[in-house]
Ligand binder design. Structure first.
Ligand code: NAP
Length: 276
């Protein structure tokens, strides 16, 4: 394997975070994982002598810098940050309160940015590091019923790509990892679902909600294989700015790029009519 690294992964209690932590430990990396309970901390640390856990909710913005500094001082230099903690809000936009949008962005966007801001001074000083942000195919394509989620992931994709351009000259890579549908707790215990209230949306949205509930646990993607793919990106000399995971993500994002290209061409005359 390539060099042994220290990974800081947010949200290692289940899903991608736990799968990546296990695969990283198996190849000799050290993993510091964040969890949200004392029990989850004990469970994670029982995996290996190289598994360290810290209790941290990523929306506890005041606490983040202190936790990162303490990890740097006691475990060692963080080579790789994986902003994995996140959840999905599901609900028709008109029905979903703004408070749900704030919460979605606090966790999926502000939490991830706060983590990046905390590790960057250390990585910049060392002139090396890699940040992986778990975005989603929902950061490239949209589906009815997850406007807040897609909005949060589009935001994280944009921030991730921009940051990569800012810190690339310091030897720090930033990768936005965009999975399709995977068998994690995302659409199960972790999802927040706004109750239905406007009958007009029954026809468009009820089948979407039902299908997602029924598919939970039976999605196409295997989180362990996603973990191996992320480890390949972590080992790469030139990590990608964007990494799609899963054939569903590939098909949907390619389709989006193609229809976007068609629409740009169809309106090109109007587009260029505004110069001068
Ligand atoms: P998961 O099994 O539900 O895991 C989510 C993890 O995030 C859990 O460890 C959870 O901790 C943690 N978390 C949630 N809110 C947090 C907060 N405020 N502070 C700290 N930790 C928090 O689902 P997953 O699919 O592995 O999700 C990981 C990431 O992948 C998310 O960003 C998700 O949006 C993204 N993603 C998932 C899919 C998919 O199909 N599964 C597809 C695309 C992207 P607790 O156990 O304490 O709740």
């Amino acid at each position: 394997m390539a060099s042994r690294k220290i990974l800081l992964i947010t949200g290692v209690s289940s899903g991608f975070g736990l799968a990546l932590a296990k695969e990283a430990l198996a190849v000799g990396h050290t993993v510091v994982g964040t969890v949200r309970s004392a029990q989850a901390r004990r469970d994670f640390e029982s995996l290996s002598a190289a598994a360290f856990a810290r209790v941290l909710d990523v929306t506890d913005f005041e606490a983040i810098e202190g936790v990162v500094s303490e990890i740097e001082a006691t475990v060692g230099p963080i080579d790789v940050l994986v902003n994995n903690a996140g959840y999905g809000h599901e609900g028709v936009m008109e029905e979903s309160p703004l408070s749900e949008m704030r919460r979605q962005f606090d966790v999926n966007v502000f939490g991830a940015v706060a983590m990046m801001k905390a590790v960057l001074p250390f990585m910049r000083e060392r002139r090396r590091g890699h940040i992986l942000n778990m975005t989603s195919m929902g950061g490239h394509v949209t589906m009815p019923g997850i406007a807040y989620y897609c909005g949060s992931k589009f935001a994280l994709v944009g921030i991730s790509e921009t940051l990569g351009k800012e810190v690339g000259p310091f030897g720090i890579a930033v990768t936005a990892v965009a999975p399709g549908s995977f068998r994690t707790d995302w659409a199960g215990r972790s999802m927040t679902r706004t109750p239905r209230s406007i009958a007009d949306y029954d026809a468009i949205f009820d089948p979407v909600r039902k299908a997602r509930e029924e598919k939970s646990g039976r999605q196409l993607g295997d989180p362990q294989k996603a973990a191996l793919a992320m480890l390949a990106a972590i080992d790469a000399d030139s990590p990608p700015a964007h990494l799609l995971l899963g054939s569903d993500a590939l098909g949907l994002v390619r389709g989006k790029l193609s229809s976007l290209g068609d629409e740009i061409r169809a309106w090109e005359t109007v587009t260029v009519s505004t110069d001068g």
